[in-house]
Design a protein around this ligand. Sequence first.
Ligand SMILES: *Cc1c(COP(=O)(O)O)cnc(C)c1O
Length: 439
Amino acid sequence: MSTTIFESLESNVRSYCRSWPAVFETARGSRLHAEDGQGYLDFFSGAGALNYGHNEPDLKRALIEYLAADGVVHSLDTYTTAKRRFLSAFEEHVLRPRGLDHKVQFTGPTGTNSVEAALKLARLNTGRTGVVAFTNAFHGMTLGSLSVTGNAMKRNGAGVPLPFVTTAPYDGYLEDPSWGFSWLARTWADSSSGMERPAAVIVETVQGEGGLNAARAEWLRELETLCRGHGVLLIVDDVQAGCGRTGTFFSFEEAGITPDIVCLSKSISGYGLPMALVLLRPELDVWQPGQHNGTFRGNNAAFVTGTAALEKYWADGGTFERSVVERGRLLSEGLARVAALVEGATCRGRGLLAGVHFPDPDLAKRIAGAAYERNLLVETSGPQSEVLKAMPALNIPPEELHEGLEILLDATRAVLAGRCSHASARVESRERMSSASGY
Ligand SMILES: *Cc1c(COP(=O)(O)O)cnc(C)c1O
């Protein structure tokens, strides 16, 4: 039952295990079990990689059957029956019903790899170097993705400059919403503005890591119009918010926009197996063969579970989507009850990617800690981890959703009760808050 080997051998870079030091052994649906017999309810879902829960039985069966039949597991980008089935299912259940004629590019199997490919492709197509990204964005940890990521701590890990990117305010970042895109529109139209027209704008419709800021549909439509008007490509990074998280397969469907390029990863395999892809408008497909490759871009195990997920959840005439919307409603009601306990706390996010922002930046971390003590896994988000982030599986049984929300309420009450008896700690945390620089 020791954790010594992790602490002595594994790099200091490990992070989630510091908040959740349990040694997990088995998991099914929204429940995990640690080796010491403790059970945990999962409101984390592998940061969005487990939208259908752990070891979803139908996906598992498809995977076991494929492996038992000696199906090819690794194939680079050679043709396999598993890849054909995935592409056919993706076309039939995702692209065609949404009127999308995008082509599919498989990249190395991580979200950041799909972002790197998207940025390269935008630059190759336009011959321009610049990219516009938004405040508090998160797009991954490799250099190109970091260059469009806001967080200072993560950027500082690069050790080299992160050039060719301009940061613009995300929806709601500035107090005056009328500011909108006026600065971008003005500078792109003016050859003497000093700002060159970029190759692309990259955006998340909900900032999963950056504090669960959700862009309004009007704002996204205005961004699309602006980009189209200036020949700037629109990249939507749907790595976290996609695959049903917000209630529709793509998070941008509600806004009615059609991005030029879309990045998908986290839950595209449906099973927590590594997989990533880029969707690109056909006329953008200027790649030379092999110009962006990756040894694991043919992870057939992920194709198999990804196909099973599409066929089970996305071919049912919208029943699953409606159930996600309903669970999103239950989640936001529960989170509103948590927010009501704390003055100035506000709800954030969309669908099952939602949370509560607290004015005291320490509160979310302390509530997440108290939730862990009560056997609920829930994480924080935002530049100072000041947002409690609830991300249950899309198919979580309503009673487990309810159970988790009750634990969150209980944890919040316990933290608040503890805080009141430590008045000096409150003053200290307020001082820290006012001296924090943010970014
Ligand atoms: C997680 C995430 C990434 C990076 O994905 P990795 O698989 O960790 O490289 C990129 N963009 C968004 C929006 C993400 O949430």
